[in-house]
Ligand binder design. Structure first.
Ligand SMILES: Nc1ncnc2c1ncn2[C@@H]1O[C@H](COP(=O)(O)OP(=O)(O)O)[C@@H](O)[C@H]1O
Ligand SMILES: [Mg+2]
Length: 318
């Protein structure tokens, strides 16, 4: 076997292999079929949006995808592995490659924003406290939330809580990022900021994203590809322009909602990016120099990776 390349972690046989492959997925609750034979393939690096009316089974599908709901029939393959055929330890290592932004944000209220973001790093890595501290700052910087590091969830706005949840979701540099209704309850400006972040993270972290939403405007903005769910099935699938041109009566009715949903032209203010501070960049650069001086090669590599992401996000803003 050839050695894995930089973008192909050990255990991923081929970069062209789909990161998600669902076949014949059926899920029912109390005898009521919610998902009725879903087939879906997601390729590395793409942003797939799952749309559908409220209650149609989007979150259930997402929970099946992350291994939180066990399907009644069908298989769920992540990175080529049938997740329900894995031993618990193997399943754990697959889950570690996923980042999830839950609808509620799901922050621990007794911890500061920074502590929430640090949690997965403390639990799943052996990084030093100083490195963890730096990683937390970088992740918060990536979502434009450096200033909230020491605040508690009760002290921040809904949009900030989503961003904090996102910083925590990316703490372990996931390859697959799941978002459940990332813009629900947010005003158009904050929705634009979150959409911008989804696109930024996809670009800078080369992550594969699955976005569940019933917000059409947001869906058309972030999607590379879309699927529409109805009555337990995928009624259509395609690129945004194909979905707009779709002749299926349900899809037509679904996307002919509010006028702005179809046009996907956005006021500039809605695309404003959160402010970012130069300080994290310079702290990071200093830490790299120091780690290099001390000969901590692994740390240097890790920090440089973070620096690349931050610089790439910063340059995308100009
Ligand atoms: N754990 C559960 N037990 C029973 N019914 C559930 C459960 N989770 C979801 N459902 C039902 O499945 C349907 C789809 O729910 P959901 O996936 O949350 O929809 P959506 O995210 O599209 O709004 C709903 O009718 C919901 O009541
Ligand atoms: Mg839902």
């Amino acid at each position: 076997m050839s050695s894995p390349s930089k973008n192909t972690p050990a255990g991923s046989p081929s970069p062209d292999q789909p990161v998600i492959h669902l076949s014949g997925l059926v899920k029912q609750f109390d005898g009521r079929v919610v998902l009725d034979g879903i087939n879906l393939t997601v390729r590395r690096g793409e942003t797939l949006v799952i749309m559908g009316a409220s209650g149609c089974g989007k979150s259930t599908l997402l929970r099946c995808l992350i291994g939180a709901n066990r399907p009644d029939e069908g298989t769920v393959k992540l990175f080529g592995k049938d997740i329900w055929a894995l031993a618990p330890k193997e399943l754990d290592s697959v889950r570690r490659r996923l980042g999830i932004l839950f609808q509620s944000g799901a922050l621990f209220s007794s911890m500061t924003v920074g502590e929430n973001v640090a949690l997965p790093l403390r639990e799943h890595t052996d990084l030093s406290p100083e490195m963890i501290d730096l990683m937390v700052k970088v992740k918060l910087e990536l979502v434009g939330l450096r200033e909230a590091e020491n605040q508690y969830p009760a002290q921040i706005s809904g949009g900030m809580a989503k961003r904090a949840g996102l910083a925590r979701a990316i703490a372990l540099d996931p390859e697959l990022l799941f978002y459940d209704e990332p813009t629900s309850g947010l005003d158009p400006i904050m929705t634009g900021i979150i959409d911008g972040l989804i696109m930024d993270l996809s670009r800078t972290m080369n992550v594969t994203s699955i976005v569940v939403t019933h917000d059409l405007k947001s869906a058309f903005r972030v999607a590379d590809r879309m699927v529409v769910l109805n009555q337990g099935k995928i009624v259509t699938e395609g690129k945004p322009h194909e979905i707009r041109a779709c002749t299926d009566p349900f899809v037509k009715r679904f996307i002919q909602g509010p006028v702005e949903a179809k046009t996907a032209v956005f006021p500039k203010s809605a695309m404003e990016k959160p402010e970012r501070e130069e300080t994290t960049l310079s702290t990071l650069r200093e830490a790299i120099v120091k780690a290099e001086e001390d000969g901590r090669a692994a740390e240097v590599q890790r920090l440089k990776k973070e620096l690349n992401k931050l610089e790439s996000v910063a340059s995308g803003e100009g």
